[in-house]
Design a protein around this ligand. Sequence first.
Ligand code: DGL
Length: 270
Amino acid sequence: MNNTQPIGFIDSGVGGLTVIKEAMKQLPNENMIYLGDTARCPYGPRPAEQVVQYTWEMTRFLMKQNIKMLVIACNTATAVALEEINQALPIPVIGVIASGTRAAVKATKSQQIGIIGTIGTVNSKSYETAIMSRVASANVFSLACPKFVPLVESNQTHSPIAKKIVAETLRPLQNKKIDTLILGCTHYPLLRPIIQNVMGKDVQLVDSGAETISEVSMLLDYFNIVSLNTPKPGKLACYTTGSTKMFDEIANKWLERTDVKSQHIQLGEM
Ligand code: DGL
């Protein structure tokens, strides 16, 4: 079956664009809709119930756009809302934690695995639980990095201050002898060169969001909903609850395009 309905992607801000970038590479025929709740970002420090509520608001908006699959391109939202939303929707729903876990378990040789994410993701212990259920002998070191998301949202990913903050924040992980580090927040791949530099070249970084796209591709086949023979590239429509100017600047730079023009929308009671 040829299904040109879009795939929906949601995140608290611009982080899920790291997942979109991989989707554009692996699934060039697909039409996509992205929604970043930039006005309420970060989700990381918010109580779980609030993150669930905001994730539902984003989901409802995209369901009205007739999406054929939903990718929760946010670890914080995946940790607390995936199960509930997956059970309630009539379309396939995918989060980013399971794929990141699988990739890390495959990559590690020493079974010393680090995970960095938001306060919400780290407190949920979702990665730890998922890793330990696969490799009981693994040692998992989790670290919340609440200062990283504001750097990304303010387009400061290459600034000297970003280098300083990343180096200081990751210090507790440096003597843990990890060989694999999960970027357990979709914003963090935008800081990847700095993170790699601080951790050293022997530590393999796992981009959980990008890993998710292989799963998306598999599920499109499985449910027989692939978009075929459409003009490449598929269309990308972006929505943000925050500043379209900042969103477009970050999106065009990150996606190496010049034509991303987001639309502003309002969610909930803002
Ligand atoms: N990009 C998000 C994640 O993967 C959340 C960042 C935030 O809003 O704190 O967790």
